[in-house]
Design a protein around this ligand. Structure first.
Ligand code: FRU
Length: 484
């Protein structure tokens, strides 16, 4: 049995039952998942691959898991697509992207190879290709198609990963995460006419500020509403007004010089202000929407209830728009097809602590809009019972949001509390809470700001309550989401 057959056999024999998994977020049937990969359309369906280690609930030699959807919400599982089974990728098939071409469904990924050199373990990261029919994939005979030796002097060959490809009138382009040997993070660009012969083009973008970490993982580059956008996941940042400590997922709005292939004069912002959001990747849907999905987890606080045999999940795919030069996100509209049991309150007065009839559950989409009121603090508590809750608190005068999962049932001392500025305050603040068993994605004021978090709370804690230190008049709309 080869590595791929072995992985598929293992998944088949060990997968958990659907009831244990999130209702509408992609999660592994067994084992560990991280970054979304190869998010692309092929023959009319949307394919999503992901970093996958089936054999334990921990990161290990990376495979590519695979699933497919017609509506971004309901996913069909397909066999594992890639396994680390060649000399050039024996230490893992790391992240990458995908694209439909005349030759089939092309995947590009980073092949990782370890080698001992003078007693020191060295890692080499090179870019590789596999082509398939939407179900099974064959690695190219020419792999690796790009090696670190094609990089200019002084660029790291050990941190050279996560290729994102796209097509332009003059051929294919590939943006790859990299850093200089001095530790300056950057994205480098390659070009090819035919996918097999690639040339180094330029440094697409490089950090000049010294504030954006030491390596940019998982780059993505696209034009939306005539504005070029670069996305990256910088490692090891220090917190400031905009970013939290550690790894962040960020976007840059800047100017692209198409002759020099350089992206400059940018402003940089965070994509999500919660605890769990990393390595986002976007795709262009056939109807022109730019859709983003991310790993809903953090490398530094990735914990789960003891005994859970699957680890980590994706966000719900989000539609991106540019409003006043900033990215605005909303859950894909297809989620509405799965709404059941609507509950609605109009002009509901909330003073002190209260629960509302019909407002409870762990798999739901709820929007709370405060129409008017006289208050300083307003909170929503969810995944609640006598022992547990997770909460979002809005401090109106201080213009702050607090996300608190201290009492969510986690038994490790992971980050549990985050306070951020409300980036785009509104007279009538709006909070949209998307809950799915073990996660919450909270869209603030129509998605100018999002806070995503995983939670570890036993599923029977399904209460929701509201708290206001004065009086708030709210409109509340809640739907249960039912996919399976
Ligand atoms: C980001 C990342 C990528 C790499 C992959 C390995 O989370 O570190 O840079 O390709 O995970 O699983």
């Amino acid at each position: 049995m080869n590595q791929l057959e072995k992985a598929n056999e293992y998944v088949k024999e060990n997968c958990v039952v659907q009831e244990e998994l999130p209702e509408f977020h992609v999660a592994p049937l067994i084992g560990w998942m991280n970054d979304p990969n190869g998010f692309s359309v092929y023959q009319g369906k949307v394919h999503l691959f992901y970093q996958y280690h089936p054999y334990s609930a921990q990161w290990g030699p990376m495979h590519w898991g695979h699933c497919v959807t017609e509506d971004f919400v309901k996913w069909e599982r397909l066999p594992v697509a890639l396994a680390p089974d060649q000399a050039y990728d024996e230490a893992g098939c790391f992240s990458g992207s995908g694209m439909e071409t005349e030759a089939g469904h092309v995947l590009v990924y980073t092949g990782v190879r370890k080698e001992e050199c003078d007693g020191v373990q060295k890692e080499y990261q090179n870019q590789c290709i596999a082509v398939g029919n939407g179900r099974s994939y064959k690695k190219s005979e020419q792999n690796p198609v790009i090696t670190g030796s094609m990089l200019p002097e002084g660029f790291s060959r050990e941190h050279f990963r996560d290729p994102k490809i796209w097509r332009e009138p003059d051929g294919y382009y590939m943006a790859v995460g990299n850093k200089t040997n001095e530790g300056i993070p950057q994205v480098v660009l390659f070009h090819s006419e035919d996918f097999s012969k690639w040339n180094y083009v330029s440094v697409l973008a490089r950090d000049q500020s010294g504030k954006l970490g030491m390596m940019w993982e998982c780059p993505d580059f696209f034009c939306m509403d005539e504005q070029y956008v670069l996305i990256a996941s910088p490692q090891e940042m220090c917190a400031d007004e905009e970013f939290h400590n550690g790894n962040n997922a960020v976007y840059f709005i800047g100017e692209y010089n198409q002759k020099k292939h350089e992206f400059n004069d940018w402003q940089v912002y965070s994509l999500d202000d919660g605890f769990d959001f990393y390595a986002p990747q976007t795709m262009l849907a056939p109807d022109g929407r730019r859709i983003m999905i991310a790993w809903m987890q953090s490398w530094d606080s990735n914990i789960r209830p003891a005994g859970q045999r699957w680890a980590c999940m994706m966000t719900l795919p989000r539609e991106l728009k540019l409003v006043d030069g900033k990215i605005v996100q909303s859950p894909v509209r297809e989620i509405e097809q799965y709404y059941t049991a609507p509950v609605r309150y109009d002009g509901k007065e909330i003073a002190g602590e209260c629960q509302l009839s019909g407002i409870r559950g762990r798999v739901l989409d709820m929007t709370v809009e405060i129409r008017e009121g006289n208050y300083r603090t307003f909170s929503i508590r969810f995944a609640q019972n006598e022992q547990f809750y997770t909460s979002l608190t809005y401090h109106r005068e201080k213009n702050l949001l607090e996300l608190d999962r201290t009492y969510s049932g986690m038994v490790r001392d992971a980050v549990a509390y985050r306070r951020v500025k409300v980036k785009y305050p509104k007279e009538q603040p709006k909070f949209r809470l998307l809950l799915d068993k073990y996660s919450a994605e909270i869209f603030i004021n129509d998605g100018g700001q999002v806070l995503s978090t995983t939670l570890y709370t036993p599923p029977e804690a399904e209460g929701i309550s509201f708290f206001c230190d004065g009086t708030a008049v709210a409109a509340i709309q809640k739907y249960t989401i039912s996919v399976s």
